[in-house]
Design a protein around this ligand. Structure first.
Ligand SMILES: Cc1ncc(COP(=O)(O)O)c(C=O)c1O
Length: 421
């Protein structure tokens, strides 16, 4: 699928090199930062040609390898570099980058979904995506339908039939592993069902996978049949909890309308943030490898602790279970974000959280530092109680995003805080 020539290089190498050529930046080894809002036209005819190429993909400048720029809300060199690198990492033909993960989700929805359509999605979902599908889009006449076991073919097929009875399915919005419980959805199964729906009805739902919890080094949704791979780049890819960004990768025909939409909505990624993100990609594989090793040790400590009822760490999925089979096929690593449930409820969880000295109590994930939060009262505060409980987010559940600190320090802090729960 890749349009860009990645020369068979591996993702860790692409993350360092791809998307920028020193020859384009006066030989500078590192990419320059293009801090300008607007670009000079060398002639009036050139100005016309640039606009024709951008808006209609026609004329003498259409399809040029090196685009001419117009205005930074439309496109800019640092955005191009990020998008080329992201497309290469995801094994995609093209990618679009936005000012946040939610901006990317909105671009997917607004480019594909129309009043009268339906959406099928799994549960749980990140709270923001849940709000997009169940509140915002519902207000525009789009009906959401959800399944709760993404490894259960019957559950997904039942949900698809219920949706089809109400209108064409525009989107199958998969989040896997899902936030906060790391629940798994079978991407290849969703792609197969979407293809069948396409044959039956003449309209194939677009399968979009939110890859935020694992990221491009540990899961490649497009290789498993997804049409779009969405990532909150804010998390593991940026990795320092200091910028917001989102990306969507896939076929150019699906990505192009999102780029055009971005021009109207003004939710592009600005040059400064794009530059920082490009730099962060270079170390993302190293950072995540260390976080993954730490996460396994922390998860094992929690699993064996008498005050912990359950741990949703993917590496502990029981052998022989359907979810395990999907995990083995689909994921290259178990990630470093998972949940654990304390014996007791909110009171015990709050006592433990307030006793922590090193771990930071905050939402978000995928940063160098370990973060922890009480899901029911923070990230999933706005999710109705029955849906929250159906997704396994009880009052004793906390989400942990394990960082790259020394693991012994993390465990010592958790141990002393658990004593106070
Ligand atoms: C799985 C998932 N998708 C999307 C988002 C939204 O990303 P952003 O915060 O960059 O808008 C988040 C944020 O936490 C998330 O966890």
């Amino acid at each position: 699928m890749a349009k860009v020539d990645t020369k068979g290089l591996r993702p860790e190498t692409l993350a360092v090199h791809f998307g920028y050529e020193p020859a384009d930046g006066l030989g500078s080894v590192k990419p320059p930062l293009y801090l300008t809002t607007t670009y000079v036209y060398p002639s009036a005819q050139h100005a016309k040609d640039v606009h024709q190429a951008y808006f209609d993909n026609e004329g003498p400048l259409a399809g040029a390898d090196q685009p001419d720029y117009i205005y930074s809300r439309l496109n800019h060199p640092n955005l191009d570099m990020v998008e080329k690198r992201l497309a290469a990492l995801d094994g995609a033909e093209d990618a679009a980058a936005f000012c946040s993960g939610m901006a990317a989700h909105n671009a997917i929805a607004l480019s594909l979904v129309r009043p009268g359509d339906t959406i099928v999605h799994g549960r749980p979902l990140y709270g923001g995506s849940d709000g997009l599908y169940t509140n915002l889009l519902a207000g525009f006449g789009v009906k959401p339908f959800s399944f709760s076991d993404g490894a259960d073919e019957a559950d997904i097929r039942r949900t698809v039939e219920a949706a089809l009875a109400q209108g064409p399915i525009a989107l199958m919005a998969v989040e896997t592993p899902a936030n906060p419980t790391a629940a798994i959805v079978d991407i290849a199964l969703c792609a197969r069902i979407a293809a069948e729906v396409g044959e039956r009805t003449g309209r194939k739902p677009v399968v979009s996978v939110d890859n935020t919890l694992l990221g491009p080094f540990a899961q490649a949704p497009l290789q498993h049949g997804a049409d779009l791979c969405m990532t909150s780049l804010t998390k593991y890819c940026a990795g320092h909890s200091d910028l917001l960004a989102g990306g969507v990768s896939g076929a150019a025909a699906l990505v192009a309308p999102m780029k055009m939409l971005r021009t109207t909505l003004g939710n592009h990624l600005d040059p400064n943030t794009a530059w920082l993100l490009l730099r962060s990609f270079e170390t993302a594989a190293l950072r995540t490898e260390r976080a993954y090793v730490n996460a396994r040790t922390v998860a094992a400590f929690l699993r064996d602790h008498p005050k912990v009822k359950a741990v949703t760490y993917l590496g502990f999925l029981p052998e022989g279970s359907p979810a395990r089979a999907v995990y083995d096929r689909q994921c290259r690593a178990a990630g470093s974000t998972f949940s654990f449930e304390l014996v007791g409820g909110e009171a015990e969880a709050f006592r433990m959280l307030d006793a922590l000295r090193l771990l930071r109590m905050a939402v978000s994930l995928g940063g160098t530092e370990t973060l922890i939060c009480h899901s029911a009262t923070t990230t999933h505060y706005a999710v109705p109680l029955e849906l929250r409980l159906a997704s396994g987010i009880t009052d004793g559940v906390m989400r942990l995003s394990v960082g790259i600190e020394h693991v012994d320090d993390l465990i010592e802090d958790l141990a002393q805080a658990l004593d106070k729960a």
